[in-house]
Design a protein around this ligand. Sequence first.
Ligand code: ATP
Ligand code: MG
Length: 586
Amino acid sequence: MDAKRIKKILSTASPPNLRNYTSSSSFTWEKSLAELDGLPEEKGINIAHEAVDRHVLRGKGSDIALRFIDKAERITEFSFQQLKDASNQFANVLKTLGIKKEERVFGLTNRTPELYITALGAWKNRNVFCPLFSAFGPEPIKARMLIGSAKVLITTAELYRKKILKIRAALPELQHVILIGQQKLEEDFKDTLNFQDLLASASTDFTIEPTKPETMALLHFTSGTTGTPKGAIHVHQAVVAHYITGKIALDFHPTDIFWCTADPGWVTGTSYGIISPLTNGITSIVDEADFDAQRWYRILEMEKISVWYTAPTAIRMMMKMGTELVRQHRLPQLRFIASVGEPLNPEAVYWGMEAFNLPIHDNWWQTETGGIMIANYISMDIKPGSMGRPLPGIEAAIVKRLPNDKLQIIHEAGVKGELALKAGWPSMFRGYLHEEERYKKCFLEDYYLTGDLATCDEEGYFWFVGRADDIIKSSGHLIGPFEVESALMEHPAVAEAAVIGKPDPVALETVKAFIALNQGFQASEALKLEIIGFARKHLGAAIAPKEIDFLDSLPKTRSGKIMRRLLKARELGFPEGDTSTLETSL
Ligand code: ATP
Ligand code: MG
């Protein structure tokens, strides 16, 4: 499976931060922590201090921290000094409102400056930031705010009227709603405050109170791909991982211009859209608009993006449009592209070479891990289809849960098992809020069990097989959807594919594929047969799909993940379960 590899030739002009993976054994979390400040006078560690104030203290106050592009492509810039002032003001607002340590501040808005100021201000006041996708409907918003005991909500007047008004009475713990933009003196807006007015009347001086490394900082809901979303708790100490993973896995250098396309409603948009680039002192671009290939290529060019972090779903959408459009743009600054969220098919890695003259570097992590755990580093050969190797400081293993609640570590290369991580890295989640049992079940002996199946090869590269819930058992084979989907993607007609197991009296399950076609291809019986034949040739008859359905598009979560469980439920006529994060559930 690892016959093909993309050999890396390193430029000596800007040597990578991780020069040589195999000699990275001197890495320790303590050394990473030592690269940060900690609060003055040993008063602990606070994410916002490391992200913003630290750079101002070092004379970098005038450097640009964030460049926001609104939907109309107007730009608003914040230097580290401006961000320090604005977040201090918002911390003062929260303090004045009486919001106490570890109480929850929810954000429900597009990717606008106010959301980022809210996050930083909340951390400074030692509150917990909890971001929600602004596209969520009232019910998912209510459910998450109830679980999180939301004390404050920051949103826009428009979203408030559309989504919050009708649920506000059902949120008895919600003390303050702060609206961005000018709300008129209307009945709808009684009992709300105005973000700009509050900020304008608050002081830009704020001293962060002592913050213990274990103080809760973030409540992040998982994507809900496999079931009901869980509220993962993260603490201030996580900043050590946010910082160092940006430096090592995304290779941040001081002059980089970085673009993370994820929304903070998904953990990537918080860990790598806010914390990681800021702690590394680099400039980040934040685009308010949703995916649009033309706009994205324009941003890459105009903003001179050098490091770009995006998701397989976006890459597949770009692939669907071919390389003609991207070729109309000059992107000489772009030097590193990474992707997370779903398996990255080898096809996508090769397409990156064609379109950008750069491979796409897959990396793997979860809401629960808080930061990148396994990655294809800039200095390391890429084996397309592999997630890469564990971050220095992270011990990953392929394991089997034994019936007596013991753990067996599988040392043999290529054998499928559950991906597990030795517990104890700084950004490891500290709980699922109000679900202690569920949290405990994730740990066995010294390991955190991820719920994903993978294999590891002789060189320590990890290969994603599928989520434990999505594995198909057919005629004695354990089939990972990724393997089948990647083979299907190689057919020129296939833009996206998702496979499920369908109960079968003889084989236990058979493989069924759902396919969205590339432009210029028409669904037909003949094409079905052709694709099935193609898959058989590549995978063998036992693993290739027996059945194919063509769909215009595949159901996805707001964070862009294909919801196989939904396809399966629909196929088998089962209830659809929690669809609160479904992209089209507005
Ligand atoms: P839920 O736990 O609510 O079902 P979710 O697992 O999709 O949702 P996230 O934490 O956003 O929520 O996603 C993490 C998961 O995404 C991983 O466990 C893995 O299944 C998948 N994933 C992330 N990155 C990769 C990758 N590079 N390759 C394969 N799978 C990935
Ligand atoms: Mg998960």
